[in-house]
Design a protein around this ligand. Structure first.
Ligand SMILES: Nc1ncnc2c1ncn2[C@@H]1O[C@H](COP(=O)(O)OP(=O)(O)OP(=O)(O)O)[C@@H](O)[C@H]1O
Length: 211
């Protein structure tokens, strides 16, 4: 098992992201069974599969939030991760919620707010935002990171059609600048040319304790 950002252990990163033969158990259940994929600058990958197939688990493992049981994640670049939780503090305004991302990242707050149609909501406490507005705010944090590699776990949940189009435009711009992304989704997204990777459901594989 190994996770490394620009490898210092003899492994050579050929791609922006190189995932090799990743195996992950959750509890006694095999969730990812030898998953391999890679991503280059400017690329988008759509990660599909039924509920429970392990999409979030794969993104979390690539992000370094989980340790794989075997296999390797090699990445050459910084990443930003959008999970299921929007992680906004309800008592802070939208701008205040994004302040840390502005400080740590390299993106422009004005540009991010404008691109996601959030400008008029900037001074509103997050508790007053609708679920779609909160999702866009969480996405703004990804934009502000300045990270080339985006890991987006169901970014369009709760978004209306116009907002999904805006998301599509933001993702296209990111790719034009050499960024890349892996996106999990259960619905079609306006991602232009994108590769797909389908995870099979291993739900019927017997847990270890039954075998
Ligand atoms: N903390 C946990 N402990 C044990 N098993 C877990 C845990 N969290 C998730 N799992 C299991 O891991 C499997 C993969 O979950 P994961 O959330 O990665 O799937 P997913 O493909 O993202 O699903 P969805 O499409 O519903 O979001 C599921 O069978 C789930 O029950």
């Amino acid at each position: 098992m190994n996770i490394s950002a620009q490898t210092g252990d003899g492994l050579t990163a050929q791609h922006l992201l190189d995932v090799r033969d990743l195996t992950v158990f959750r509890g006694d259940r095999l969730v990812l069974d030898g998953v391999s994929l890679h991503l280059d600058a400017g690329e988008a990958m759509i990660l599909t599969g039924p509920n429970g197939a392990g999409k979030s688990t794969l993104l979390r493992t690539i992000a370094g939030l989980r340790t794989p049981d075997s296999g390797t994640v090699i990445r050459k670049t910084e990443l930003a991760w959008l999970g299921h939780q929007d992680a906004l503090k309800p008592g802070l305004t939208l701008s205040q919620n994004l302040a840390l991302a502005v400080k740590l990242g390299s993106g422009s707050l004005e540009e991010a707010l404008d691109a996601l149609d959030l400008t008029t909501l900037a001074d509103l406490p997050a508790r007053l935002l609708s679920s779609g507005q909160k999702r866009r705010a969480a996405f703004a944090r990804v934009m502000l990171s300045g990270a080339p590699l985006w890991l987006l776990d169901e970014p369009s949940v709760g978004l209306d059609v116009a907002s999904i189009d805006r998301l599509g435009a933001v993702m296209a711009t990111h790719r034009q600048k050499g960024g890349a992304m892996i996106v999990t989704t259960h619905v079609p997204l306006p991602l232009g040319e994108a590769r797909s990777h389908e995870l099979p459901s291993l739900a019927n594989v017997e847990p270890l304790w039954l075998s």
